[in-house]
Structure formats: C-alpha cells, structure tokens
Design a protein around this ligand. Structure first.
Ligand code: ATP
Ligand code: ZN
Length: 594
C-alpha cells in the first residue's frame, strides 16, 4: 500500500509507542511530518491528518521524542513587506533582489520535546524608555500605561477605567518587545511574557491551563504586565484551519478571552500583545475590555534611525570617521532590529580584522550583509557574468546620468547569499523618502533607472535574450508608476487621489485592488501606468543606446574588478562620456506627458 521505505500513519504511531522515533518535525500546513527513526541519519516523510489527537497524546506521553512544529508560514506578509522595502530600497537595482529580514523574528519552530516552553517572568527588566528610540509617538501613548501601573489610585479615584489590554502593531523588529519591557522597567513592575508561537504547544492540550497559570501568577504579582508576543499565532480568527490541533488552539484562545474578561476592575494587571498581522485576529480579541487599544509601531524614519543607532552605539567603539547620520541615511527601510544587527555585525567584522575601532568599511560591509547577504565566490567569466555586468552597469549608468537621481554608491557583480547576482546601490543625498517630499522628477528617474537593467540587456543582447533577472526591478517600477497615477495625481488623470494610500503596507494589503473607483477608471489607471512605464523604458533604452561604447568600457572594468565605487565610476564616465558633463539627461522633459 505504500512505498518500500515509507511509513504509514499507523506505523508511525506504532514506532512512537515502541520508542523507535528520535525526532519528528510536524508541518500542520502540509499535513506531513518528517520523522527520524532511531539510528537513521535522514528524515522520512509521513502524511499526518488534520485531526491527529492520537499522535499528539502519544507524543506527550513519550517525552524522549524531539518534536518540532513548523508554524504556518505567512507569505502574504512577507510579500507585502518585500514590496514596501523595494520601493524604499531602490538603491539596490540587483538581480533577483531578496531582502533577508531579521530571521530571529517569528517563525522559529519550537521544540517541546526537551524543554516545555513556559511563560517567563522577570521581576525587573532593567529596560527604560531611553533604550527605545525612534518610535516617539508609541512611547508617548504608552507613557500613560506606565502611570496606570505605578499609580492606579490616581485613575480609579476619578472613576477612570484602566485599560486591560493593548495591542502593539508593527513589522518585525520594530521594537515591540523592547517597548513592552521598557514599560515594565519604567513602572518597576514584573514582566510576564509568553510568545504566541509557544502557545502552539496547545497543540498538545496544555494551552488553556498554561493561560490560566499565567494569569493566576500575574494576579498574585499585581501590579504587573503580561506580554504576549505573536498573538496572531493563537489569536487567529476561529474556524479558519491552520492545520492539526485547531480545537486546541481555539480552547486556548477562549481561555485567553475568559481571563481577559475575568479581571476584577483595575486589578493592576495589564496585558500587552504584539502582532504584525492585526488583520487575521479574531474579532473577539479586539472587543471593548479586551485588546481594545491599538498602538502602532512603525519602521523608523531618518531621525528615528539616528536615535536607534545612538542607543546601540553606546557600548561600541566607533572610529573617528564614522558618522551615525550617514549610516541613518544609508538605511531607509531598516527596522530597529536591523540597525542593532548592523552595528553588531560591524563590530564582529572589526574584531575579525583585528582593528581597534569600527571603520567605514566595516559599516559598509555590514549593510550589504544585512540587505543582500554574504559575499559569495565571484562567477567565472561567462556569458551569464556578462549579462549581469551589463544589467548592473545599466542601472549604475542611469544613476549617474539622470539629473534627478541620487548618486551611485557602488556597483558590484559579486554574488550574494541572498540570491542577488549583483547590484548597483545609491546613496541618498538627503532623506527625501522620510520627509515625504519626493518630487515627480525624482520619481520618474527612479522608474527609469530601475528599468536600466532590463534596458541594458535589451540594448546589448536583443529582445530574445532579456533575462528574468529584472523581476524585482519590474515590481518596483509598477509600484512607483501606480502610486504616481493613483496617489499623487501625477498623470493626465489629474490631480486627484484615486486610491487611498495604505500606510500599513506591511499588512500586505497593498496588493488588494480597492473598489473606490469604477471599472472604467480602473482600466484608465492601468493604461496610464503602463504608458508611463513604457515611456520610461524607452527613455532608459535610448540613453543606454547613446552611451553604448561607454557601457562596454564600464562592463570590461566591472568584470575585471568585480566592483566599482561611485567615485571611480563617475570619473570613468566623465572621461568617456560623449558630453563630458555628467547628470545631463533630463527625463522629466522627455517623459513629459503621461
Ligand atoms: N526602537 C528601537 N530602539 C532601540 N533598539 C531597538 C528598537 N527596535 C528594535 N531594537 C533592537 O532590536 C531588538 C529586537 O527588537 P524587538 O524584539 O523588540 O522587536 P519586535 O518588534 O518585538 O520584533 P518581533 O516582531 O520580531 O518580535 C531589540 O532588542 C533592540 O536591540
Ligand atoms: Zn536590476
């Protein structure tokens, strides 16, 4: 009934019972498990079923089996995030850009065979508001919670109801956990924490009682704060299957709701939950008296990044040449965790290079590591390498020639572990993105230069040879062009907003069509978006065509040296350009009517 070496579900149960299973990795979404039998080196796959109480209770009774559960991945989130970052991050015109988000967030599977996850309690977190930077608005809102915890009588005396639950909403690594710990620290109250993914353990039927324990302990220690990270793991809308153990999860959620309702008025316990997916939460969680207040924690702006860098530079040895302002300018789209990580990576590199203090080159390398991954071996000279070189030179040359583009920082064809074959990177002269003062001229140039990679491939190798390497460039182009037409009134459709901007792009909603306009208007928008992109593409092709000889020179140098920094690149361009003056192309005039 099954392949030679495949285990059936019932055989799996049998093997667990007889103690022959060493390790099992459950994947509820795919309804499979990877099983390692005693003495075996590799894993084998077994189909499991949605309702698998036998397996779960068996595993509970056999604590020697190592168990891991892969939480259901949320790709929609990742995609939304990626889209967002790519706009901000247009500095990288890389082949197949993949941004590695701080991997510590979220999806780490939990193992409950060895250590049964419990809630954690810290009597003093030692974190204060000064340790949290760049999210001033959220801090201000939460200052109130500190006062509730410190002096509840102040509020009860005048009959004010102290909120029980508060939801922190924001992308991974923006400092939600840090903020919660700082509230505890500032108020001088104990901090209880558990993560929603640890709640996935409810799978084995201990969830509800864990919740009861947590709240009982907390009440004994009031005033105090309970922090539930990744609440979406347990608080997803009920009745939507995330795989086996649904009932368990719902029981846990119900218990959580019961506990929230069961607070005696002003018992001195405040529950803070964090999520990056408020849209998937069960509505019951958001009712009055539960998590009825939301505070959003957004990615830091330029000033925020500067503040966060200052916090994390406190205990680092920085060289005299390091300017935190410059780093902040280089890192739009970075979260607080990314920035902390950046300084830490730079410190590690510095130690490895036996230098006394962190220097510019360590910062530079750390930024690249975080955005595009580790350097890999350069490719051997090959057609592929030439295509990548032309693609990147296409981007880089446009960054240099276009009048309204931020200058090139460097162009490289050293492949990166993040799946990037090469990239051309800009350095922002000012923090336009944060200030919101992006102009039409700049946006057009960003579209043109994003198309520069594909255009170079086309100009040099012809139609048939264009590669898939431009996929991420094209995503950037569509987003920018669409925003120009629908949000900023920068097309012939007139100065009207045709869609409401969704600032919470990290929710992945940006991809959802809005129904605010008619079918007819939707067609018009599409037409204008396409025509804008088409004109920009033609513009890119034309500029590159005119500078074909220069491109060849640059590609030869890039293939030889693997990397050219902005200054050298500009020097070479100035030496060889037909018109010696750089920054000559004014696309706004050519792409005038859209
Ligand atoms: N605003 C900030 N100020 C200072 N440091 C920060 C800030 N945001 C993040 N960090 C740094 O990043 C680390 C991770 O952030 P934290 O775990 O609080 O983020 P989070 O929003 O809870 O992320 P996740 O959703 O992944 O749990 C912090 O311990 C801190 O070192
Ligand atoms: Zn590209």
């Amino acid at each position: 009934q099954h392949q030679n070496n495949g285990l059936s579900y019932s055989e799996l149960l049998e093997r667990v019972r007889s103690g022959q299973v060493e390790r099992i990795e459950l994947d509820p979404a795919r309804q499979t498990a990877q099983v390692r039998l005693e003495g075996a080196d590799d894993l084998q796959e077994v189909r499991i079923f949605e309702e698998n109480p036998d397996l779960m209770s068996l595993l509970r009774n056999n604590p020697d089996v190592e168990v891991e559960i892969n939480p259901t991945p949320d790709n929609s989130f990742a995609v939304g995030m990626l889209g967002q970052l790519m706009i901000i991050f247009l500095l990288i015109g890389g082949l197949m850009l993949i941004i590695r988000r701080s991997s510590q967030s979220g999806n780490n599977a939990l193992s409950f065979g060895k250590s049964r996850a419990r809630f954690h309690m810290e009597s003093k977190t030692g974190v204060v508001f000064d340790d949290v930077a760049g999210i001033e608005e959220a801090k201000e809102e939460l200052q109130e919670v500190v006062t509730f915890l410190k002096q509840p009588e102040k509020f009860t005396a005048i009959g004010a109801r102290i909120p029980r639950g508060l939801l922190l909403v924001g992308a991974p690594g923006t400092g939600k956990t840090l903020l919660a710990r700082a509230i505890s620290g500032e108020a001088g109250v104990p901090f209880f924490s558990i993560s929603g993914s640890e709640f996935v353990e409810m799978f084995v039927g201990v969830g509800a009682s864990r919740v009861r324990d947590l709240f009982r302990k907390a009440k004994e220690n009031a005033p105090c704060l309970i922090f539930i990270d990744e609440i979406d793991a347990v608080g997803r809308q009920r009745g939507t299957g995330i795989g086996g153990g649904n009932d368990e999860r719902e029981q846990t959620l119900n218990q959580l709701l019961t506990e929230m309702d069961g607070f005696e008025g002003n018992s001195g316990v405040i529950v803070i939950a964090a999520t990056n997916r408020p849209d998937v939460l069960d509505a019951a969680l958001l009712r009055p008296g539960r998590f009825d207040r939301q505070v959003s924690v957004s990615l830091p702006t330029y000033n925020g990044r500067l503040g966060i860098l200052e916090v994390h530079a406190r205990n680092k040895k920085l060289g005299d040449d390091i300017s935190l302002e410059k780093i902040a300018r280089r890192t739009p789209g970075f979260s607080g965790a990314d920035l902390a990580n950046l300084l830490n990576e730079a410190a590690i590199l510095t130690a490895r290079r036996r230098k006394p203090a962190i220097g510019e080159s360590e910062i530079e390398d750390a930024i690249d590591r975080i955005t595009v991954g580790l350097k890999l071996q350069p490719l051997l000279d090959s057609k592929k390498k030439r295509i990548i070189a032309y693609h990147e030179v296409g981007h880089a040359l446009l960054m240099t020639l276009l009048k309204n583009s931020d200058p090139l920082n460097k162009v490289t064809i050293v492949p990166r572990s993040g799946g990037v074959g090469g990239f051309a990177q800009q350095i922002y002269s000012e923090d336009m993105l944060d200030s919101g003062l992006e102009t039409r001229a700049r946006m057009i140039d960003r579209i043109v230069l994003a198309l520069g990679g594909r255009a170079a491939e086309q100009v040099v190798f012809g139609d048939a040879e264009v590669t898939v390497g431009a996929a991420s460039d094209l995503k950037v182009v569509s987003t920018l062009a669409r925003n120009m037409v629908t949000l900023y009134g920068m097309s012939e459709l007139g100065p009207v907003a045709l869609e409401s901007p969704n600032h919470e792009v990290f929710l992945g909603r940006e991809l959802m069509p809005s129904s605010e306009h008619s079918e007819e208007m939707a067609t018009q928008i599409d037409r204008h978006v396409r025509s804008l992109a088409q004109r920009c593409y033609e513009e890119a092709c034309q500029i590159l065509q005119e500078n074909r000889a220069l491109m060849d020179v640059l590609v030869e140098i890039l293939i030889e040296k693997e990397e050219i920094d902005g200054e050298n690149f500009r020097r070479i361009v100035a030496e060889h350009a037909k018109v010696p003056e750089t920054k000559l192309a004014n696309t706004v005039e050519t792409v005038a009517s859209i």
